[in-house]
Design a protein around this ligand. Sequence first.
Ligand SMILES: *[C@@H]1O[C@H](CO)[C@@H](O)[C@H](O)[C@H]1NC(C)=O
Length: 570
Amino acid sequence: MSRLLLILLGAALPILFFTPSEGGEVGVCYGRVATDLPDPASVVQLLKKNGITMVRIYDTDPTVLRSLANTNIKVTVELTNEELPLAAADQNNFALQWVQSNVKAYYPATLINGVTVGNEVFKEASQLNSQLVPAMKNVQAALAKLGMADAVKVTTPIAFDALNPSFPPSAGTFRDDIALSVMSPMVDFLQQTGSYLMVNFYPYLAYLATPGMSIDYLLFRPNNGVLDTGSGQTYFSLFDAQLDAVYYAMEKLPSSSMHVGGMRKLTAGGGTPEVHHGEEGHPNKGHGGVGTPQNAQDFMAGLTHQVLQGNSGTAAANGHRPLTASAVRGTPHRPNADLNVYIFALFNENNKPEDDQDFGLFYPNQQPVYPNPIDFVHGGTSGGPLQPSYCVANAAVGDAALQAALDFACDNRDGNRADCSAIQPGQPCFEPDTKLAHASYAFNDYYQKNGRVKSACDFSGAGTIVNQAPSGACDPSPSWCVVNAAVGDTRLQAALDYACGPGAANCTDIQPGARCFDPDTKVAHASFAFNSYYQLRGRATGTCDFAGAGIIVQQAPKIGNCVLPSTAMR
Ligand SMILES: *[C@@H]1O[C@H](CO)[C@@H](O)[C@H](O)[C@H]1NC(C)=O
């Protein structure tokens, strides 16, 4: 139903106005470029167990499509870049044959709802640029002939670098080599068929390419926002900014179907098709340190929360952006847009180029990669608050192995390993002077510094991860995170909600009647929550930032009768 019609009906029959909209949806990319993945039937069980309702696959593999039958999981299939020229030429009804045997043959038992024609054609197969829209039209015509044009939408995923410039969002423009020749007719086609443009987004790439950008802005954490001087809008996530850049770029394309020259945004309903996220990825390893399980979790938790709960009330209450006066579902430029996102990817894929392997939500053995798995039903994470975690040395490996690991951990020439100055003779953590105590100190420093990735507590078997602060552990320079009272209540509340949000600190102790409820002030409660979050995150860089609302202190703070700990508590 068109938005216009909905509004008209809503005015006549107010009850309809409150019918929940379709809302956004989160799916996953089920890539299979790996040698060690579970069989498709097991994968379907994994999807169901996690409440995942849509998948995107990169082919039309019969076993996969049959495994997805009768599951109610929506499936987007791909006509590959290799098949694309055949679909464009369409000799001997290639497109019709293709749709018949790869879509119709499985539908409706397998709920195929989209066909992607090619993938990142401009980037991966630019010699096919001119054939892209003709291929899409032939596939569309084939679907129409088979009576499936309403149920199955035709689109193509493009890489975000199809835009230049892409910042600020209001300056978003498609590259010259594709704007008029490909994007303009494609957007007309998508508009006419009620389909959507797909864009593959990897915001961490823009983060890495932009010195000075706040990682909080990338990871949906509280931050000061980035002003788009063109539109006057402030963006609180790179996700919103990139999506809006695509909308602005589409609006600048001339439309062949428009009788009066002008921009698409002047027409009703925004004048452009929706943008769906064909891939939205963040690495769980590597990429200059931005890829860690915790960072990937923060990114996907913020993303899923925004898609499933919106940016309004609840989202603000979880601190993903400051409270706003009006309820917002989409982005600053498209506040009413429903977000549809495929997370890249379901699994780590060991047969991809090394830089592309570690994007999975799950390891091939189906264990979650993130410390707290993503909640696909409500957004955010499931599995309760963050748990403390430390790395200790394992006496059983013997002194020689401990010494070797200690030498490695303390070789801090590049600044990324442990700071071992406190365990030198005469320094505060020299006693007890045992290899075990020194190794535990160094291992833990290294582990916390490296974002608590499992591999940072390996040390060839000499390290073990534990969830209790080791007794007698030496802390030469304790620190705490408390509120910087100079920030206003609105920002404080947003940061407090983030610190106590899903997958963050356990804030039971500041609930009414609990140990640290008194004094009942925002500053006291936020200090408790900030400190708890900071300690739980191993005091890692940036974990006491809260968009300027937190400050690190070296003196034990005391707030009423509530003593803020200098180690992580559950
Ligand atoms: C949260 O903190 C409370 C109070 O300290 C504790 O009883 C509870 O077990 C904690 N919950 C979790 C899930 O760690």
